[in-house]
Design a protein around this ligand. Structure first.
Ligand code: ATP
Ligand code: MG
Length: 729
């Protein structure tokens, strides 16, 4: 059989990995060395040369998008479709298993996915029920606690409080949370994985079936698996399965969510005998970019140690742009992209990466101003939009009346004269009788437990939902969606809001009808002819799981935007990293501990190594984030890149705060410091008694000029420049 097309475009080490004897294999290698490529080719090889049926293969990818890309590439290599193969994320695969085996998993048939927003709401309600003060027990922190336990595979029954007050409270909350989820048929993201693991442990027959079925397991981005994912793989592989994992310890960036780098180290023991193959040639980046990445990451201790080289061209230096503020930064980036496009290049080839989702708004606005199409991945996803969540809540209630989160979300949306007191009433009944709020409402109405008006309004709402369900039994999903939006009064509700916002919300609702239509077609294609109810349930899950990318049309050539975290595994000719500042990147939340700082550095390594041809690092002297103006220094990560690899850039005609300060008022006030150590806004200084701080602003001239400084220890102070005895740092 001619397999040259599978092996042709591989180097020796890659070929060795692709053709390695069926067994356990670890490919450990740096960014851009072809790990994902090896996985794709190995799957094609297994099917074509080892005669493995596609249905015998399970492949785990990092995002849904990479799953469909992987499938596409394998099909291209083989020249035919590979229907039965399972490819997906850990969450997606777990979900698929649980849907198929809900009974064995101890779930209700109609279980639904609780996304993190709903989860937070539920926790807030539970805190109230338990009479815990949210000031003392912040809901987010509680959410964090619960998720962390689940990522470690721990249920409340596994935990002990050891008499500690904090632990005791968290444990009580965790128990209440588990009960609430069970009662309402809700499954959060962590629960998907936990249940899927328990599914193996509790059902040996089922496990045996899947162990026989999936004889080849392949995992991309293995460095970011957490404890429960690792355990799930281990059980599935058992003694029979062969497992291939590829990863890079330097790109482990989900430690904060329980990912464990040690899994890589442990692999060769747990899955012995395992072959270890290292790839050392980078095919992605210019040598300048690669050198910068290598140098940066060498500042981390305890690495597994890999070499990475390229025979690619040197390429351009890395451009560092010091912006005046975040608007200037955004303008600069848009400007560079416009120049790129003028040279005949594609917008698709450009990505803007940022540390925090909140940074995207300014960038979006800058692009909107010049009419540049863009697409945001992750972040504010389509299905996370308020109006979409509202409409979906109706659909969820149609599918499952016991979905308390959905009930609470829309019972009085649009306004139906059902006040908080009535709702509180219903909650109490639900709590006392251990039923869902819907059932509580049914009982309350039937037994006259509500006032006449409240009973009428609640009854009206319930009739509406019942009526929607009747309609849904007879009609196609997108018609149901359309019907819901109209009958529920959501359209009028949003119309009343008025303005641009309302328009965009209404458009999104229309888009939801389209999405439902597209889903129906997809579902019909995949699984024969699902029933209306199955389609409806499937669509609800998709909405909860999917990262439905909105913004630019799918086919439009658009600039890509995403957080550094979601850029893993991707590559782009032109990369901008925005906000490379101390406090933002490394993030102040993580930068305090050595561990946290090293994870931030790995994240920066991931960012840099996305770039193929050209990389820009941008930082701003001042930035408004979460409503507060911050002044900061360029990130240490910039300094960690050797100076000869980078180049400072200025925009033409730009008046920077730095320049005007040095050249004008300030120069006089400071007794004309030379331009190298003159003070600038945002600069760090040291004062003999107040210690270190940041220059915030300057007023006046000459000897009377006053400077405002925010000192780390004592806060903001105005000082007379002439006497301040400030030392520039
Ligand atoms: P990351 O760590 O970022 O996930 P990776 O190790 O998975 O990177 P790939 O994405 O598989 O790397 O490959 C990086 C780029 O190099 C891709 O464009 C790929 O097509 C190309 N490439 C990999 N190996 C070869 C090769 N032998 N010949 C030509 N191009 C290659
Ligand atoms: Mg990869």
């Amino acid at each position: 059989m001619d397999v040259s097309h599978i092996l042709n475009s591989l180097n020796d080490a890659q070929r060795q990995a692709v053709t390695a004897d069926s067994g356990n294999l670890l490919v450990l290698a740096g960014a851009g060395s072809g790990k994902t490529r090896v996985l794709v080719h190995r799957i094609a090889w297994l099917i074509q040369m080892e005669g493995i049926a596609p249905a015998g293969i399970l492949a785990v990818t990092f995002t849904n998008k990479s799953a469909s890309e992987m499938r596409g590439r394998i099909e291209t290599l083989l020249g035919h479709p590979i229907g039965g193969m399972w490819v997906g994320t850990f969450h997606g695969l777990a979900h698929r298993l649980l849907r198929a085996h809900w009974q064995e998993a101890g779930l209700s048939e109609k279980f639904q996915i609780l996304d993190s927003d709903d989860q937070l709401r539920l926790i807030k309600r539970l805190l109230q029920t338990l009479e815990l003060d949210e000031g003392k027990w912040p809901a987010k922190q509680c959410q964090w606690f619960i998720n962390q336990q689940k990522d470690e595979g721990l249920r409340s029954t596994h935990l002990e409080h050891y008499g500690d007050d904090y632990n005791r409270t968290m444990l009580t909350l965790y128990q209440a949370y588990e009960q609430a989820c069970d009662r309402t048929g809700m499954v959060d993201f962590g629960e998907l994985l936990l249940r899927a693991h328990e599914l193996w442990l509790k059902n040996p027959g089922l496990l045996d079936y899947y162990q026989h079925r999936f004889t080849e397991i392949l995992v991309d981005e293995f460095q970011d698996t957490n404890a429960i994912q690792y355990a799930w793989l281990r059980v599935l592989a058992g003694k029979r399965g062969h497992i291939t994992v590829v990863g890079d310890d330097d790109q482990s960036i989900y430690g904060w969510r329980g990912a464990r780098i040690e899994n890589i180290q442990q692999f060769t023991q747990d899955f012995a005998p395992a072959t270890l193959i290292k790839l050392e040639q980078n095919y992605r980046s210019t040598s300048t970019i690669l050198k910068a990445a290598n140098k940066l990451i060498s500042n981390n201790a305890g690495r597994l140690g890999k070499e990475l080289w390229t025979d690619g061209t040197e390429g351009e230096p890395i451009s560092v742009y010091g912006a005046f503020n975040e608007q200037d930064e955004a303008r600069f980036i848009v400007d560079q992209i416009e120049q790129w496009v003028r040279k005949g290049r594609r917008r698709d080839d450009c990505v803007i990466l940022y540390r925090s989702n909140a940074q995207s708004r300014e960038l979006e606005e800058a692009m909107l101003r010049v009419g540049m199409p863009y697409r945001i991945y992750g972040g504010f996803r389509f299905y996370e939009r308020l109006e979409i969540r509202n409409a979906m809540a109706y659909l969820r209630l149609v599918a499952n009346r016991d979905d308390d989160a959905a009930f609470e979300r829309v019972i009085n949306l649009p306004v139906r004269g059902i006040g908080n007191a009535t709702l509180e009433n219903l909650r109490t009944i639900a709590r006392e009788q251990r039923v869902s709020v819907w059932q509580a409402a049914q009982r309350a109405v039937a037994h006259g437990m509500l006032g006449a008006r409240a009973a009428q309004n609640v009854g009206g709402f319930m009739n509406l939902i019942n009526q929607l369900e009747e309609y849904s039994a007879e009609h196609e999903l997108h018609l149901v969606m359309d019907y819901i939006i109209k009958q529920s009064g959501l359209i009028q509700h949003h119309e009343k809001e008025g303005g641009e916002k309302a328009n965009s919300r209404l458009e999104n609702l229309e888009e939801l009808v389209n999405a439902a239509k597209a889903y129906t077609m997809e579902a019909n294609g995949n699984n024969g002819e699902p029933t209306n109810a199955e389609r409806l349930a499937g669509f609800i899950d998709k909405a909860a799981l999917d990262a439905g990318d909105a913004q630019a049309d799918a086919h439009e050539d658009a600039v890509q935007m995403m957080t550094l975290h979601s850029a893993k595994g991707l590559e782009f000719p032109l990369v901008f990293i925005a906000g490379v500042e101390e406090g933002l990147f490394p993030h102040k939340m993580s930068g305090d501990s050595l561990e946290g700082l090293e994870e931030e550095r790995r994240l920066c390594y991931v960012g840099i190594t996305r770039a193929m041809e050209k990389l820009y690092l941008c930082h701003a002297e001042s930035r408004r984030l979460h409503g507060e103006e911050n002044f900061s220094r360029p990130s240490r990560f910039i300094r960690e890149i050797p100076a000869e690899l980078r180049q400072e850039v200025r925009m033409k005609g730009q008046v920077s705060r730095a320049t005007s300060w040095q050249g004008g008022i300030a120069a006089q006030a400071m007794g004309a410091p030379d331009s190298n150590n003159g003070l600038r806004l945002g600069q760090r200084v040291r004062h003999p008694s107040f210690g270190e701080g940041v220059v915030l602003s300057c007023e006046g001239n000459g000897n009377n000029a006053r400077i405002q400084i925010n000192f780390d220890a004592v806060g903001g102070k105005w000082l007379v420049a002439a006497y301040a005895r400030l030392e520039a740092l």
